[in-house]
Design a protein around this ligand. Sequence first.
Ligand code: 13P
Ligand code: SF4
Length: 322
Amino acid sequence: MNSNDTFYIEQINKLRKEKNAVIMAHYYQIPQIQDIADFIGDSLALAQKAKQTDADIIVLCGVHFMGETAKIICPKKKVLIPDLNAGCSLADSCSAQDLKLFKQQNPEYKIISYVNTSAEVKALTDVCVTSSNALKIVQKFSDDEKLLFGPDFNLGNYINSITCKQMKLWNGACHVHSRFSVDELIKLKKQYPQAKVLAHPECKSVILKLADVVGSTQALLEYAKKSEELTFIVATESGILHKMQQECKDKNFIPVPPEATEMEVDGKLTPCSCNECEYMRMNTLEKLYKCLRDETNEIIVDEEIAAKAVSCIEKMLQMSVE
Ligand code: 13P
Ligand code: SF4
């Protein structure tokens, strides 16, 4: 940790007490943010925690749709995000305009939307799901109901494959989860034959078929903690490895590399073997400190949209515990 980080952490600790603020972080945040968060969770846990908190300010260290979800659940609270430009390629793969058109042309369909969507898309949705509860919630619909599942094709396809559902699927994807290399995963499985493969359901079906466990970030972490295995090959955003390694000191976690990608180093494109979400990595300790200090980067959701979007989130929260 450098001296700047030490300064930001001291200031953040002071400010969060003075302002009655809570810092919530997703598992894909940089380690420095995970380590100072009051709460770390997957997207379902972050939404549940936002609903329960009595803090006046929520600093949501994640991406924009996560901040919007917290704001829609807690309209009276101030919700801040360290970088308002932290978007999500999956959420971007479904526009409200396109979904509205689908509904006009197919009024008989119930709309199930992954939480990785904009508030405008949620306002057009019957029930929201996350990777933790999607299977449970989809199974509550009767088999003769026509369902559209969006925007994540891979998660919807996975649920169809393990149930008798035949949901219509939106053709969206997360650019991080859909680029894991099958060849590299096969090589790792040969190299570590005893290892368990943990994969997030946003990965392509060919990766999921090679996995021993498919689950949300929280579910994968819980599995690693309880398992007697000592080696795990992990196919999700590599930020989760920080928590996995902290919680399981004697175990070995190996990230699956992506198909060849490049990153800019000193102005030159250089091959990159990591699989990180650049949106999640936009948040830094400095930005977190400044947004809390100045109460900037507030998430604002149009009141009319929020009033329509809240029911699909509340329905999800209720159905997750039923
Ligand atoms: P979780 O539901 O596991 O949090 O995953 C959602 C996601 O992709 C966050 O970017
Ligand atoms: Fe969106 Fe994928 Fe990044 Fe998650 S990892 S925030 S789904 S782009």
